[in-house]
Ligand binder design. Structure first.
Ligand SMILES: NC(=O)c1ccc[n+]([C@@H]2O[C@H](COP(=O)([O-])OP(=O)(O)OC[C@H]3O[C@@H](n4cnc5c(N)ncnc54)[C@H](OP(=O)(O)O)[C@@H]3O)[C@@H](O)[C@H]2O)c1
Length: 383
């Protein structure tokens, strides 16, 4: 029997890569459902090619344009959650930002195999997600190159042997910019990532290094590890994705071509590796590996992520929400690049600390509070 896969965010970078993997592994997988926000043109192409059983479109206004049996088209976040509760074995959550949280929780409650690209779910609700995984039968496989690497490395050791984990970062398009030059960078420059072709939010987050901050938080929950045990290394070649440092001062590393189809295939196959007909590393590439520490003076977002981890759960929600809004304000030309971390820091400083949060309602209350606060602050910016 083929495994049924539901892909949330099928028209995005991870969604399209997932469909490429499935196309190549048709003996094992079939597409149960596809969901996106509003890119009906591409969704219709995917429907024609992959013949899903159900389709989701977040924006109800474009439902009429979806070439599919009306009765099997779901809309809004409620419709997408309903699809998650149906009988796909595997849910790929490749939604960007905080919209991904509810489908993640639903997939875990429904005991699905969750291939999780939406890192913001873990940032907002890592404690709740960890509990659901412990108490239920759901399984989570990270679809982030660094976390897939670390997940695989961790399987090779006894937990007592672990000293630190190291997450690599390309450094983004501005890694060599002087601090002063960052003030004037434009959204189109920030969207020009040197290694990865990704969606808008994650590309902009990579430029500020907030993406790495979110990944540090993601790792804290995925691997139940102290923030002080998580290190970040800038590695422009993006070939070595994760390193673990062991108690005997040795290191184990994971390397692969920077192609998301590798961690996607690993996740879909529930932690098994298969031959893949995509790009591969040349052995000569191994001689071009460089590493250096991140500069949190030029890129304060990474520092803010560590600070939020030390404050506790409310700070993680506030960090995520304020970053999301500030990043889109920059993309729309309303604020400067350097205003993004300044705004996040201002909201973090103003928020009432709640170190432990164990319910989704409180998460959304704090999330909404942070959005209102950023919106108020944005009125004072001249871009
Ligand atoms: N791209 C990567 O290489 C990469 C690597 C690691 C982790 N991730 C993570 O994976 C997630 C997705 O990233 P991405 O680069 O694939 O993003 P993306 O290219 O922007 O794609 C986002 C997808 O989600 C859909 N979507 C957006 N809002 C939605 C909503 N409200 N309801 C339903 N669908 C919605 C979009 O639909 P429309 O096309 O209709 O807008 C699109 O299909 C992010 O959390 C990111 O951090 C990405």
């Amino acid at each position: 029997m083929k495994k049924k896969v539901l892909i949330l965010g099928s028209t995005g970078s991870i969604g399209k890569a997932t469909l490429e993997v499935i196309e190549n592994q048709q003996d094992t997988f079939e597409v149960f459902g596809l969901a996106c926000k509003e890119n009906v043109e591409l969704l219709n192409v995917q429907i024609e090619k992959f013949k899903p059983t159900y389709v989701g479109i977040y924006n109800e206004q474009v439902k009429e344009k979806v070439c599919f049996d009306r009765a099997r088209v779901f809309t809004g976040i409620e419709g997408i959650k309903e699809m998650v509760g149906m009988n796909a074995e595997i849910v790929v959550n490749a939604l960007p930002g905080s919209i991904g949280l509810e489908p993640t929780i639903e997939a875990l409650k429904c005991n699905k195999i969750l291939a999780l690209a939406n890192k913001e779910s873990l940032v907002m609700a890592g404690r709740i997600i960890s509990k659901l995984l412990k108490e239920g039968a759901a399984r989570l496989f990270p679809v982030d190159s660094e976390h897939s690497a670390l997940f695989q490395l961790m399987q090779t050791i006894d937990r007592k042997e672990l000293k630190t984990i190291m997450i690599t970062a390309s450094g983004g398009p501005f890694r060599d910019h002087e601090k002063e030059a960052l003030e004037g960078v434009k959204p189109e420059e920030a969207l020009n990532h040197p290694t990865w072709k990704m969606g808008t939010k994650v590309t902009l987050d990579s430029a500020t290094l907030m993406n790495k901050g979110l990944e540090v938080i993601e790792a804290r929950w995925l691997f139940d590890i102290k923030p002080s045990q998580i290190k970040v290394l800038i590695h422009p070649e993006s070939i070595l994705h994760g390193i673990i440092e062991l108690v005997d001062d040795s290191f184990i590393t994971y390397m692969s071509y920077p192609d998301m189809k590798i961690p996607i295939s690993f996740a879909l196959n529930e932690g098994k590796r298969r031959p893949l007909p995509f790009n591969k590393l040349n052995v000569e590439d191994f001689f071009k590996l460089t590493f250096y520490p991140p500069d949190t003076d030029r890129f304060p977002s990474l520092r803010l992520a560590y600070e939020a981890l030390n404050i506790g759960d409310s700070a993680l929600i506030v960090l995520n929400a304020s970053n999301e809004l500030a990043t889109f304000a920059f993309a729309e030309g309303k604020i400067k690049f350097t205003d993004i971390p300044a705004l996040v820091e201002a909201v973090l400083d103003a928020h009432p600390h709640v170190p432990v949060i164990e319910d989704v309602t409180t998460i959304y209350e704090i999330h909404e509070w942070a959005k209102r606060h950023v919106t108020d602050l944005l009125r004072g910016f001249n871009g």
